[in-house]
Design a protein. Structure first.
Length: 136
C-alpha cells in the first residue's frame, strides 16, 4: 500500500480527525496500547498487520498516525523509509527549515506535521504524521 502524506490532513486513506470506527475499517484489528497522556483520556491503538499506531484525542478522533517499518510512506513523491536519511531530511527541510530536535533520535517538522524517528543517526525507523497543533 502507498501512503501519501498530505500535511495536517491525511496519509493515504487515513484522515486526521477520523473516528476510531473508520480507522478500524481501513486498518483492521487493533490492540489498545497504554494511554499516551497522564490524564488517561487520550488513547492509542496499534494495528499490527499494518504496523501503524493511531493516536486519538479525547473525542476518539485520530490526531496522529505513526508508521513503523518499510510501509511505503511518501511525501512529495519520496519514499521516506527507503530513501537515505540525508535525502529525507533535506526534502523535509524545504518545507520546514527550522525543525525541532528535543532528543538525538527525533526530528519534528511541525510546519508540515511530520516527525522522524532516527535512532543512532542511522535509518528512518518511524514516521509520525500529526494534526496542526499536536505538539502545542
Amino acid at each position: 500500500m502507498r501512503y501519501e502524506i498530505v500535511p495536517f490532513r491525511s496519509v493515504g486513506s487515513l484522515n486526521i480527525g477520523m473516528a476510531k470506527t473508520e480507522v478500524r475499517k481501513i486498518l483492521g484489528t487493533s490492540v489498545l496500547c497504554p494511554n499516551k497522556t497522564e490524564d488517561g483520556k487520550h488513547t492509542t491503538e496499534f494495528y499490527q498487520d499494518a504496523d501503524v499506531f493511531t493516536f486519538y484525542d479525547i473525542g476518539g478522533n485520530a490526531e496522529a498516525f505513526e508508521f513503523t517499518g518499510d510501509k511505503g510512506v511518501y511525501f512529495d513523491n519520496c519514499d521516506l523509509f527507503t530513501s537515505s536519511k540525508d535525502e529525507v531530511i533535506s526534502l523535509l527541510m524545504k518545507y520546514d527549515s527550522d525543525p525541532c530536535t528535543e532528543d538525538s533520535a527525533s526530528i519534528d517538522f511541525t510546519k508540515i506535521g511530520i516527525s522522524l524517528y532516527i535512532p543512532l543517526g542511522e535509518d528512518v525507523e518511524a514516521i509520525l504524521v500529526f494534526k496542526k497543533g499536536y505538539y502545542d
